[in-house]
Design a protein around this ligand. Structure first.
Ligand code: HEM
Length: 190
């Protein structure tokens, strides 16, 4: 059976970027109120850190199966129930959620946010050789799952602020790809 992956979910602000597709314009600064909105919503999410992280990754790998190629333990798995039992998947779910938690806890400190995300970006570019477009796809899936699972906290205005945050995450992560010389394959290249 052949899979056709749905198009990646869109984020708020766009430009051409290292992945050769539309990307965030820049890491938009967040106001005090916006930071508070992010922290409030995240508090409810992070209480269920592992479960939410696993739901996000299952949705990601089911809807975008090519993203499994980087994970030795479950790259050939098709069934979500089977993937859910993979220790590698659970471990990565916790790592993603913990990295996001560090970002949310340090929104008052842009240097810290950019250095945490630069480390993540560098590791994924150099060690894991992950195509940067998967970060954009995963960002969209994160927003989708959080809005579905926590509708009472992810109201329209909170969603908007969260999409700014995810664009910031993507901006810093892909900045590290550029810094390590990841080659841009742009559709406009000749
Ligand atoms: C916000 C998004 C993400 C965060 C915060 C994140 C975080 C992490 C962290 C902290 C590690 C361990 C660091 C290291 O190996 O040096 C890791 C490992 C890894 N990540 Fe991610 N990651 C993200 C997205 C992705 C995506 C989109 C993919 C691929 C589709 C991916 C693939 C991997 C792989 C293959 C490993 C190694 C797994 C292993 O050794 O078992 N990550 N990630």
């Amino acid at each position: 059976m052949s899979h056709r992956e749905p198009p990646p979910p869109q984020l708020a602000v766009q430009r051409r970027d290292v992945d050769g597709q539309d990307g965030p314009e820049r890491a938009e600064p967040l106001s005090d109120t916006e930071r508070e909105m992010i922290r409030d919503a995240w508090g409810h999410v992070y209480k269920n850190c592992e479960d939410v992280g696993v739901s996000i990754l299952i949705r990601f790998f089911v809807n975008f199966p090519s993203a499994k190629q980087y994970f030795s333990q479950f790259q050939d798995m098709e069934e979500p129930e089977e993937m859910e039992r993979s220790s590698q998947l659970r471990h990565h779910a916790c790592r993603v959620m913990n990295a996001l938690n560090t970002v949310v806890e340090n929104l008052h400190d842009p240097e810290k946010v950019s250095s945490v995300l630069a480390v993540v970006g560098r590791a994924h570019a150099v060690k894991h050789k992950v195509e940067p477009m998967y970060f954009k796809i995963l960002s969209g899936v994160i927003l989708e799952v959080l809005c579905e699972d926590f509708p009472e906290f992810f109201t329209a205005d909170v969603q908007l602020v969260w999409s700014k945050l995810m664009a910031t995450v993507y901006w810093h992560v892909t900045g590290a790809y550029t810094d390590v010389g990841w080659l841009q394959v742009s559709s406009s290249a000749v």
